[in-house]
Design a protein around this ligand. Structure first.
Ligand code: 5GP
Length: 190
C-alpha cells in the first residue's frame, strides 16, 4: 500500500497571490501534488472553469453536501459558501499523493483540529505590506467596491491568524516565495 500523502494547507488574504503560488508549485512534478477543487456557491468569474477552479453549485446542493457530511471543512466567506470535498481528498491521500488545499482561515482551523497529529503542513502567505495587498485586490478588478471592502476587512482578521500556521511566508518576490514553500514541502516529504 502507498504511504499516505501529505495534506498541505495554504491560506492568506485575498490578493496575496495564493493562486499563483499554488499553480507554480503544481508545476513541480516531483512534489506529486493534487489540487483539491473546492465547492462554492459564489458566481463564476470571467475566465474560471467549472470543475477546474471550483465546482460551482447552488445553495441547495451545497447544503445537501453539508448534511451528508461530504465536506472535510466548509465555511461562509463574504456571503458565499466554500467547502473541501472529503472523499476526493482522502482518496488522493490514500493513493499516496500530496494534496494541496487553498482555503481561508476558518476552514484551515477546522482542518488543524480534525487532522491533529496527522501528516499535515500548514502555510500562511503574507503580503509584503497592507498597501501592496490593497493594490492587488483593487487591481484585480473582478469585484465591486463593496466586495473589495468586505474582503479587505476579512484580510485584516485573517492576518491576525497567521501565527496559527506551521510557517508564514512573505510573498514579496513570487519566485522566492514559491521556492521557500517548495523547500518546506520537500523537507516534510523527506
Ligand atoms: P475566491 O472567492 O476569491 O475564489 O475565494 C475566497 C476565499 O475562499 C479564498 O481565501 C480561498 O482560498 C477560500 N477558499 C476557496 N475554497 C475554499 C474551501 O473549500 N474552503 C474554505 N474554507 N475556503 C476556501
Amino acid at each position: 500500500m502507498a504511504k499516505r500523502g501529505l495534506l498541505i494547507v495554504i491560506s492568506g488574504p485575498s490578493g496575496v497571490g495564493k493562486g499563483t503560488v499554488r499553480e507554480l508549485l503544481m508545476g513541480d512534478r516531483e512534489l506529486d501534488l493534487v489540487y483539491s477543487v473546492s465547492y462554492t456557491t459564489r458566481a463564476m468569474r470571467p475566465g474560471e472553469k467549472d470543475g477546474v477552479d471550483y465546482h460551482f453549485v447552488d445553495e441547495t446542493t451545497f447544503r445537501k453536501m453539508v448534511a451528508e457530511g461530504g465536506f472535510l471543512e466548509h465555511t461562509n466567506f463574504v456571503s458565499h459558501n466554500y467547502g473541501t470535498p472529503k472523499k476526493e481528498v482522502f482518496a488522493a491521500l490514500e493513493e499516496g499523493h500530496n494534496v494541496i488545499l487553498e482555503i481561508e482561515v476558518n476552514g484551515a482551523h477546522q482542518i488543524m483540529k480534525k487532522c491533529k497529529g496527522e501528516n499535515l503542513l500548514t502555510i500562511f502567505i503574507l503580503p509584503p505590506d497592507r498597501e501592496t495587498l490593497l493594490e492587488r485586490l483593487v487591481g484585480r478588478d473582478t469585484e465591486d467596491p463593496e466586495v473589495i471592502k468586505a474582503r479587505l476587512e476579512k484580510a485584516s482578521r485573517e492576518l491576525a491568524m497567521a501565527k496559527d500556521y506551521d510557517y508564514q511566508i512573505v510573498n514579496d518576490d513570487l519566485g522566492k516565495a514559491v521556492e521557500a514553500i517548495r523547500s518546506l514541502i520537500r523537507a516534510r516529504l523527506g
